[in-house]
Write a protein of this length. Structure first.
Length: 202
């Protein structure tokens, strides 16, 4: 095969790959959006008042964006985590200084929990487990759901990740021991459910 033809074939392959990637991204966006809409409608139960609807749309947009970036790039952008944190602290501030203080404390607790767990895992296994972005997202979650809601967020996220791993195995694509899973989407969904529904009943 001549050099020009090889280059043309390579360009065509790259174009096809980009097209497939675009389709996958659109599909992931649609699936996530439907998941958030359906779950939001289920937990709210009716058309929410405008202030709550605006908050729901803002939070869902940030969570879906974080999930898509984590799926594609295995990272959670600081800007999105900061936006979620600002939303939580801003809502808490409306309840007064004490509410804002508890929101900030929960955010610090969420971040510290995953940061220390990730550090311990890295020292034990020699590889990174929980990323810093996951810790920041859990911290942002704490500002929205409080200390009481954090365990439920983590439990829902862990159950979702475990179920996804099981589905991959049943589909004939078991994960390798050193393969990383994007945990952000599961954390985001856990935050969304707990924010709407409240902590799980133990």
């Amino acid at each position: 095969m001549s050099a020009p033809r090889r280059q043309q074939t390579k360009r065509r392959g790259a174009t096809n790959q980009e097209a497939r990637t675009t389709v996958h991204v659109h599909a992931q966006t649609i699936v996530l959006a439907l998941l958030y809409i359906v779950s939001g409608w289920h937990f709210v139960g009716s058309w929410p008042p405008p202030p709550l609807l605006i908050l729901m749309v803002a939070l869902a947009t940030l969570l879906i964006a974080a999930s898509l970036v984590d799926i594609r790039q295995q990272r959670l952008p600081d800007a999105i985590n900061a936006g979620i944190l600002a939303l939580g602290l801003g809502m808490a501030t409306l309840g007064g200084a004490e509410s804002a203080a508890w929101s900030a404390l929960a955010a610090l607790a969420g971040f510290a929990t995953f940061y220390l767990l990730g550090l311990a895992y890295q020292r034990w296994r020699g590889v990174s487990g929980l990323g810093l972005g996951d810790a920041k997202l859990l911290g942002a979650a704490g500002s929205l759901v409080g200390l009481a809601g954090l365990p439920s967020v983590v439990l829902i996220a862990a159950a979702g990740a475990l179920l996804w791993t099981l589905l991959l195995t049943l589909a004939g694509r078991p994960m390798a021991r050193d393969e990383r899973i994007a945990f952000g989407p599961f954390l985001a969904l856990g935050l969304w459910i707990v924010w709407l529904h409240g902590p799980l009943s133990w």
